[in-house]
Design a binder for this molecule. Sequence first.
Ligand code: LLP
Length: 422
Amino acid sequence: MITEQLGKYNFEYRDNTLHWYGVNIKEIAENVGTPVFIFSTEEFVKRIRRLKENTDYDHLLCFSLKSNNNPYFILAAKKEGYGVDVVSGGELYIARKAGVHPKKIVFSGVGKTNEEIQMAQKEGILLLNIESESEYKAVKEISKSQNLNFGISFRVKFEIALDKLHPYLGVGKKESKFGINEDLALELYKNAISNGLPIEGIHFHLGSQIKDLEIFRKASELCENFLGKIESLGCKIKYVDVGGGLGLDYEKLEEPNLKEYIDCFKNIGEKYKVIFELGRYLSAPSGILISKVIRKKEKEGSKVFLVVDSGMTETLRIPLYKVSHKVIPVNLRNSTEKVFDIVGPICENSDYIAQDIVFPNLEEGDLICVLYAGAYTTTMSSNYNGRLFPPEIIISNQKYFVSRKRQDYQELFSRDQFEEQT
Ligand code: LLP
């Protein structure tokens, strides 16, 4: 097993039972039930501070709420002096509810509704990253009757080769729905200048799970070049929002070179305030998912299945992108290892957690731990098959508490009415 790596994330087996940051994981599962998400604010803050300590230029970290919107992650980012990146009214709502200062909130998204733009106006956020000419027109319309209460920024699509990225995750591609091509963006900047609108920034986001730092370097270069063009129009920009996307190694759990990543934007950082919209880098290693083996199927087919109580409703990203997450047992036992498929209870063939993995010979009732489960898990969960959202537990200072309770059946169907219609 990858014991050495696990130690770096503060996992350890004490008396053969998994502990994380000093907390007994089995005890949480026994008291709260499974499946259960466990998040460590200590790991999260450690990662934020690593970014802070390595960034030697003016910057603002806006944690990407789409990766994880647990209130205690938002509060931790806030406490570190940082903000959040939102992509919907819902995310803006929870950010404000958690007390994030509006001037530390950036709003991206290709389909913001007029109501959501109004919400950004009402809250007075830092930047609205405009993604289309039509969205720009909607903003301009508001500016006719009110002073704009947020800074304008355009999401520009630079011409960068992103073929190495997963086809679903290379969102900065020319043919993707996101952002505005350079020519049109230049036109819109010109128009915004001539209309006296508060242009404050520029935005790009290339994609997610980017491990080749050359991609960031190239984008940074193209952005500098573009900034030269808009500055020559007399436009003074304060913020360069470089998006998120820094990738992680889900197999070996080896950390990316953060300093090198930060240095990709050093030139920009000398002249502008750089906004990072990192999600996964901060949240993925800060969370785990604990599930219980419900059934073991050994004789029914050509494979041996461990059927556990979580699946694609919690870890959709596994079948959706055909990626893997490291899975480890919660209890170590002296048993031989076997090849298993770990699957969920959902009625789909795509409902698997790991295929053909060599794993200790677990029995029904044993617990498994899915690592790097803090990003794009809870936020992509669904109630498919009438399943309930699992609780979210925070561990901190060697203690734990429930931060989001498990959904119950009543809440699941609370929007329905059952009166017969005549
Ligand atoms: N900013 C924007 C505008 C984004 O669209 C995203 C992610 C981020 C920031 C944060 O990117 P990160 O640092 O987390 O890579 N569901 C996929 C990931 C989709 C990412 C979408 N946009 C997954 O499970 O891998």
